[in-house]
Design a protein around this ligand. Structure first.
Ligand SMILES: [Zn+2]
Length: 292
């Protein structure tokens, strides 16, 4: 049972693969740091894996079955980390804020994986907020360095979903076609924080926010990094996002999204990049409205 004012964070060792891309390795060292009590009010909770039925809401049956019956370790990791997204979404409506140490979501399309992403947990969470929690308007904020074209494909047409995407790179770009859509690909670090402020201004009157908190804009990341986007810039970004959630009293959940090593950044360093998101979410207090 989560103690009042603790920040519930979903994770289990099943999320982690021993090798390969950081998307599926970094949550291990990050969980280890959190388990030492680095951020006092964090409460780690193991989720149940997502089920095939839950995933059929957003993904094609043949694609899903290939994935679930394919590489057993990959399937275990994906189902566990998607279960964490689902449980964090549910927890957010009880505790005001929550998170899951999940990565690899926003490029996944209905019938294919893309860019290290297999299951689009952001789309899944948005639809669950509407169907299960009665949300009338859900925001998805994506600050991963790359664009969230998978999320747009899956829920862009949904009139209850507001999308805001600030990217440093046009990979998986999508074309806004509604006033519910905001996409900005920045060209230099000096534009970055103002772009995040514009994205937050775009998300208005939502009942819940799903935040894809990518750290791959960091200048030392070999994939996605932009010169001049320092740790301080990303700390400020996380402060702005969390403060917006608290000021507007919008229930919010985060996932990790991108964040990759580089010549000056090892796996532990990548894991530590994500700490400011968790620190800021632990700092704020949000009282969810009753959704009966
Ligand atoms: Zn990325």
């Amino acid at each position: 049972m989560t103690t009042k004012n603790n920040l519930p964070i979903y994770w289990s060792p099943d999320y982690v693969l021993d090798s390969g891309v950081e998307t599926r390795t970094k949550s291990g060292p990050l969980a280890k740091i959190l388990q030492t009590g680095e951020i006092p009010s964090v409460e780690m909770i193991a989720p149940l894996p997502a089920t095939r039925e839950e995933l059929l809401v957003i993904h094609d049956e043949k694609y899903l079955d290939r994935l679930i019956n394919g590489d057993a370790d990959l399937a275990r990791s994906i189902l566990a980390s998607t279960g964490g997204v689902r449980d964090a979404l549910d927890a957010m409506f009880v505790h005001g804020r929550a998170g899951s140490l999940s990565s690899g979501l926003h490029h996944a399309k209905r019938d294919t994986d893309e860019g290290f992403c297999y299951i689009n947990g952001l789309a899944l969470a948005a639809l669950r907020a509407i169907a299960k929690h009665g949300a009338k308007k859900v925001g998805v904020l994506d600050t991963d360095s790359h664009c969230g074209g998978g999320t747009f494909q899956l829920v862009g047409e949904n009139e209850k979903v507001t999308l805001a995407d600030v990217s440093c790179n046009s990979y998986d770009i999508w074309r806004p076609n509604s006033d519910r859509h905001y996409l900005e690909v920045v060209n230099s670090a000096s534009e970055y924080i103002d772009a995040v402020k514009r994205a937050l201004a775009h998300i208005k009157d939502v009942d819940a926010l799903i935040y894809n908190a990518g750290m791959d804009p960091f200048e030392d990341c070999a994939i996605g990094g932009m010169p001049g986007i320092t740790r301080e810039v990303l700390k400020e970004r996380e402060r702005l996002v969390a403060q917006w959630c608290e000021d507007t009293q919008t229930p919010a959940m985060f996932v990790l999204a991108g964040g990759y090593g580089g010549a000056n950044l090892d796996l532990d360093g990548v894991a530590r990049l994500h700490l400011p998101t968790i620190r800021e979410f632990a700092r704020i207090l949000i009282t969810p409205k009753s959704n009966n």
